[in-house]
Design a protein around this ligand. Structure first.
Ligand SMILES: *Cc1c(COP(=O)(O)O)cnc(C)c1O
Length: 396
């Protein structure tokens, strides 16, 4: 018998049975009309999830990191300046990638646990009177700290400064789980992957591109071949693909969008908020707090739990894996050991979340932490009992 607990890492997420089946398909000839039947619904579906009517979507056999690379190499030239705040491992890695590509990165160092600093971004753009900043990079949901940034606010800051830079957003751990408005927020490139909110295996970089970014592509000179949007756009127009597509994953993506839309995107976002709130109530009952500094920054997809002085979050993650076969996320970079992370995105219910909280408590007790068994679970139970959506009640 194969026994398998759900995972509570913030990606890759649990894969619904229906999506495993959707990915499992016989080989088709991707140069035949059969491919279009799989491909078109996936592209159109992703556009609806990103909320873009005017942008294009490109799907690369890659991961979110490849999506970052596609964003910068298609639109920028060596020596260009980009503006980015660094407040966690993922914002850091995108900055590092830009530097390795020969871009100048104007970095706004921001404490981990904070989000994108709107006033500092606006000030930096106002000071850039020569418009040397070509793009602003923003991590919508910093998965290392469980911090959600205000992307609409960044757009407002850019507009207030009257700055023409493009806005590139890493939405890898937010898109399809938390509200995202590509057109509404004036996002020029939105990046995600298949293995988080879309609940699929890893293997696709999903990239939304605005008209403005497509225009920038024509004069950008950073080297790119595999990730070249121009090859994608040209072959998509002819119903094809520049190389061998990950057909199974693309079929899974179309099915994923269908599942999300069947639930209803507002209901998906509300479910993530409810689950996150249950986790946060448990954290408070343990006498701990999220790494995110203030409630407006709380992520609905991942909570980085700050552990008490003298405790090590990585010990909990290791014990949970070794003793109980359950996966939580370790602290990364500056917060290594100081936090452990509970991922609460994708295919999860309140009942599943309770199992994760209960396991975390068993680990805390095993490690001798000063936490009473059941305290966090009870707080989450109280919240879930009182917040069951009307639809679920009616179905009883
Ligand atoms: C997971 C993640 C990434 C990296 O994506 P990969 O698919 O692992 O390359 C980037 N940014 C954020 C915010 C993430 O959560």
């Amino acid at each position: 018998m194969s026994l398998q607990n759900p995972v509570f890492i913030p990606g890759p997420t649990n894969i619904p049975e229906a999506l495993r089946k959707a990915c499992d398909m016989p080989t088709i000839d991707h140069r035949s009309a059969a491919f279009g039947k799989v491909f078109r619904p996936a592209l159109e579906g992703v556009k609806r999830i990103l909320k873009t009517a005017t942008g294009e979507v490109f799907l690369f056999p890659s991961t979110g990191t490849g999506g970052w690379e596609a964003a910068i190499t298609n639109t920028l030239s060596p020596g260009d300046t980009v503006l980015a705040a660094r407040f966690g491992m993922f914002s850091h890695r995108w900055i590092d990638m830009c530097q390795r590509h020969g871009l100048k990165v104007q970095i706004i160092e921001t404490p981990w646990g904070q989000g994108a600093p709107l006033a500092a971004i606006e000030a930096a753009l106002r000071a850039d009177t020569g418009h040397s900043i070509k793009a602003v990079l923003a991590t919508h949901n910093e998965t290392a700290t469980g911090v959600r940034s205000d992307i609409a606010g960044i757009r407002r800051a850019m507009d207030a400064a009257g700055h023409p830079a493009m806005l590139f957003v890493d939405g890898v751990s937010s898109i399809a789980s938390m509200p995202f408005e590509m057109d509404g927020w004036g996002v020029d490139i939105a990046v995600t992957g298949s293995q988080k909110g879309f609940m699929l295996p890893a293997g696709l970089a999903i990239v939304g591109v605005s008209r403005k970014a497509l225009d920038a592509m024509e004069s950008a000179t950073l080297p790119r071949t595999f990730f070249d949007f121009r090859d994608m756009a040209r072959t998509y127009a002819a119903g094809g693909y520049p190389y061998t597509p990950a057909v199974g994953l693309i079929a899974g993506l179309a099915r994923s969008v269908e599942m999300l839309e069947d639930e209803g995107m507002e209901a998906v976002f509300a479910r993530h908020h409810r689950l996150a709130e249950g986790v946060r109530r448990a954290v408070a009952a343990w006498g701990m707090r999220p790494c995110a500094a203030t409630p407006d920054l709380f992520s609905d997809t991942v909570t980085a739990v700050v552990v008490p002085e003298g405790c090590n979050g990585t010990d909990l993650v290791k014990l949970a894996a070794d003793k109980y076969g359950m996966a939580f996320g370790v602290g990364l970079g500056e917060v290594a050991g100081k936090v452990f992370r509970i991922g609460h995105l994708g295919m999860l219910t309140d009942v599943m979340v309770l199992s994760g909280l209960a396991t975390a408590e068993m680990c805390m007790a095993d490690l001798g932490w000063n936490v009473r068994l059941g305290s966090g679970v009870a707080a989450a139970q109280d919240w879930f009992r009182g917040s069951v959506p009307a639809l679920a009640m009616a179905a009883e």
